[in-house]
Ligand binder design. Structure first.
Ligand code: CA
Length: 236
């Protein structure tokens, strides 16, 4: 689970376990972290919890049409999607319906070709990643500049520790969504197991102390934390 030297995770959505494990093996060898989902429902949950850099999506799933899953993924995220299809005819369908897939491969495929496609798609999407350097988020009089690693309240700079900054960014970037302590631990601290979730509570307390009334973090009892969705994201 922690074997992802290049820091990028691939979510494989495939109900045929032999194909999934075969593909997973090649991707791991290429240095990727791998998550596997066998149903559409699991795919949507893992896309949310595992923060994949790219999704490989089988068109024919037991509980859902891959096209619908692709559309649903697209509603909440810009994650690149590579569709896997069993028939050439399906390729026309994917292109014709403009579901938002970035690329497709027809089975049977050469796993080396798959890895090459994944790398190529990720290279194309690097500029989107770079946008983070100039991204800012605002909430009321709170303003966060990701590139400068700077937080201001009504124009006055507030000094945050690196993890406090990352935690605040993660919650603001997912405003409206409740994130559990385990999800925050994994995304901000990189733990891939249920660790000591008090770490999260301690950092939230620090943020509330430093930001005062401008701290947008709300406790959702028994679940985790969230930021309300009343203000919108800004890009500069
Ligand atoms: Ca299938």
């Amino acid at each position: 689970m922690s074997d992802q030297p290049n820091g990028q995770r691939v979510l494989i959505v495939e109900d045929e376990s032999n194909i999934a494990s075969f593909v997973a093996m090649y991707l791991k060898k290429a240095g990727f972290g791998v998550s596997v989902a066998q149903t559409g429902e699991e795919a949507l949950a893992r896309a949310d919890s595992d923060n994949p850099a790219i999704v490989l999506l089988d068109l024919n799933l037991p509980d859902a049409d891959g096209i619908d899953v692709c559309r649903q993924l697209r509603q909440g995220s810009d994650v690149p999607i590579l569709m896997l299809t069993a028939r050439d005819d399906d390729v026309d369908k994917i292109i014709g319906l403009e579901v938002g897939a970035d690329d497709y491969l027809t089975k049977p495929f050469n796993p080396r070709e798959l890895v090459a496609r994944v790398k190529s798609i990720l290279r194309r999407t690097v500029p989107a990643q770079r946008d983070l350097d100039s991204a800012t988020l605002a909430h009321g009089d709170l303003h966060i500049d990701h590139g400068r690693h700077e937080v201001t309240v009504a124009g006055d700079e507030v000094q945050l520790a690196p993890k406090e900054f990352d935690l605040l960014w993660e919650l603001l970037d997912h405003r409206g969504l409740v994130l559990t302590r385990d999800q925050l631990l994994e995304r901000v601290w990189g733990y891939t197991f249920a660790g000591d979730t008090r770490t999260v509570d301690v950092h939230v307390r620090q943020l509330r102390r430093k930001l005062g009334d401008s701290c947008p973090i709300v406790t959702v009892w028994g679940v985790g934390y969230k930021v309300g969705s009343e203000t919108k994201a800004a890009q500069v």
